[in-house]
Write a protein that binds this ligand. Structure first.
Ligand SMILES: [Fe+2]
Length: 190
């Protein structure tokens, strides 16, 4: 299918993907509502449904932008999206650790608080980058600790590795957004 994408059909292709992604997002929102109101009893937190729906929505938005020929990042949007994502990942990790893992739980909670702090999102890049690197280190060390049997969680190391890949995207997206921002500043007439 991918080989069939051409300049004259990629918009329609993207449209079909966006429609599928929207269905996933609607499903997640629906599940969130059922879980939050006690109509469904599962082991999935309402926040996790909300989290994955937001990820799906952003993917659809970015794809729609590509279809319109726009690939630039907006720093405020990038920092907001990734900070929420990283903050929630930290919260999920905290709740998936053995209750005896006090130190790691408190580290995860601290990271969550940093990322979910609205003021933090408006600071300049260095602070955001520092926090992104901190959570990347935390997840990388966590993944190894779980594999080595030194950390007791109910999260699979594979899942943690996937979350760590998200952390690698955060600084990269942040850097790209900063580049766009500096370019825009340079374009702005004095
Ligand atoms: Fe996520």
């Amino acid at each position: 299918m991918a080989r069939g994408i051409r300049a004259d059909n990629y918009v329609a292709f993207n449209r079909s993907i966006i429609d599928l992604v929207k269905r996933i997002s609607d499903y997640k929102h629906n599940m969130r509502e059922l879980q939050a109101t006690g109509k469904m009893r599962s082991l999935v937190w309402p926040l996790f449904f909300q989290h994955t729906a937001r990820e799906a929505d952003r993917f659809a938005t970015r794809l729609d932008m590509y279809s319109r020929g726009s690939i630039e990042f907006d720093r405020t949007e990038v920092v907001d999206f990734w900070s929420k994502t990283m903050g929630e990942h930290s919260a999920f990790i905290s709740h998936l650790l053995d209750p005896d893992e006090k130190l790691l739980i408190s580290q995860a909670n601290k990271l969550e608080t940093s990322f979910r702090n609205e003021n933090f999102r408006h600071v300049r890049g260095d602070h955001v980058m520092k926090a992104a690197n901190e959570i990347l280190d935390f997840k990388t060390v966590g993944e190894k600790g779980i594999y080595d049997g030194k950390i007791k969680p109910i999260i699979s190391p594979t899942r943690l590795a996937r979350a760590a890949r998200g952390c690698q995207v955060h600084p990269r997206a942040q850097t790209n957004a900063s580049r766009v921002e500096s370019r825009d500043i340079m374009r702005t007439p004095a």
